[in-house]
Design a protein around this ligand. Structure first.
Ligand SMILES: C[S@@+](CC[C@H](N)C(=O)[O-])C[C@H]1O[C@@H](n2cnc3c(N)ncnc32)[C@H](O)[C@@H]1O
Length: 242
C-alpha cells in the first residue's frame, strides 16, 4: 500500500489541539520563529523575492510567547517514547529549550545542519542551522553511528527557508519505523512530508498558507503518496488516528 498523507490549513496550535493524545510517532518541524525577522533584515537568510514555488514574499512569524502552548500540545500528541526535532537558530534555541523542558521533553542536543557553503551576512557568515533534538520518554535511535553534524547543500530558489529532504530523511530513519505517523505543524513546502512518504511513513501536515499546502500536496502526490480525505472535506483531518 502506498504511504498516505493528510493536510490541514490552520494555525499550528489550533490544529494540534484537535489531535488526540498520544497519536503521533515523530514531529519534525521548522516554525517561522521570531528571530527570522532579524536574519531577514540583515540578509542572512533565504531571499525575499518571489520564487517559482511561492507567490508570497515571506510568511508570518510565530511569536516566541506562543512556544509554551506549542510545546505543550506537541508533548500531548506525541506517543510515549518518541522524538521531536525542531529547526531553529541559536537565539531561538535559548528561548525554546527551557520551555520544552518545562512541559516534559528531555533536551538531548542541537544537531548541526551544515549547508556546505557560506550564505550572506557580515560577521561569520552563516553556514549552518541548528536542529534541536528532544525526547518524550525513552526511545533508542535506530542507528547509533549517525553523527550530530548533517551535511546537505541548501535548497536554492525554493520555498522560503525550504529544508533539504535528505536532512529530514536522516531524522525520519533515526526515529521511526515504517508505517508510523510523522507530523509537521508548520509544513511549508512539505520537505518533512516528502521524507516521510519516501521512507514508507504516514504524514500529517499543517500550514496557514494556501501556497504552502498546494506545493506540499503536489510534492507528496508526485512522491507516490495517497491523500486521505475525511468527511469534513479534502485534507481537513486525518481519517484515522490508529
Ligand atoms: C520556516 S517555514 C517551513 C519551511 C519548511 N520546513 C520547508 O522545508 O519548506 C514555516 C511555515 O510556517 C507557516 N506558518 C506561519 N505561521 C503559522 C502558524 N501560526 N501555524 C501554522 N503554520 C504557520 C508558514 O506559512 C511557513 O510555510
Amino acid at each position: 500500500m502506498p504511504p498516505s498523507f493528510s493536510l490541514h490549513q490552520a494555525d499550528a496550535v489550533d490544529w494540534l489541539r484537535e489531535l488526540p493524545d498520544g497519536s503521533v510517532d515523530l514531529v519534525i518541524t521548522d516554525p517561522p520563529y521570531e528571530s527570522l525577522e532579524k536574519h531577514r533584515k540583515v540578509g542572512t537568510t533565504t531571499r525575499l523575492k518571489h520564487s517559482k514555488s511561492s507567490s508570497n514574499d515571506w510568511f508570518t512569524i510565530f511569536e516566541n510567547e506562543r512556544f509554551p502552548a506549542l510545546f505543550s500540545e506537541l508533548y500531548r500528541v506525541l506517543k510515549k517514547n518518541t522524538h521531536l526535532y525542531m529547526f531553529c537558530d541559536q537565539e531561538t534555541m535559548f528561548v525554546a529549550k527551557p520551555i520544552a523542558e518545562e512541559v516534559g521533553f528531555r533536551f538531548w542536543k542541537p544537531l548541526v545542519w551544515d549547508k556546505r557553503k557560506i550564505g550572506m551576512g557580515y560577521h561569520y557568515r552563516a553556514r549552518y542551522e541548528l536542529i534541536l533534538f528532544f525526547e518524550k520518554g525513552k526511545r533508542k535511535l535506530n542507528d547509533l553511528s549517525v553523527p550530530d553534524v548533517i551535511e546537505a547543500t541548501r535548497v536554492w530558489a525554493g520555498y522560503p527557508t525550504e529544508k533539504p529532504v535528505e536532512v529530514s530523511e536522516i531524522l525520519v530513519r533515526q526515529s521511526t519505523v515504517a508505517g508510523e505517523v510523522v507530523v509537521d505543524p508548520f509544513c511549508g513546502s512539505g520537505s518533512t512530508g516528502v521524507a516521510a512518504v519516501n521512507l514508507g511513513r504516514r504524514f500529517w501536515g499543517c500550514d496557514v498558507g494556501d501556497e504552502a499546502l498546494s506545493v506540499t500536496r503536489r510534492r507528496l502526490l508526485d512522491a507516490g503518496a495517497t491523500e486521505q480525505v475525511s468527511e469534513r472535506g479534502a485534507g481537513q483531518v486525518p481519517l484515522s488516528f490508529e
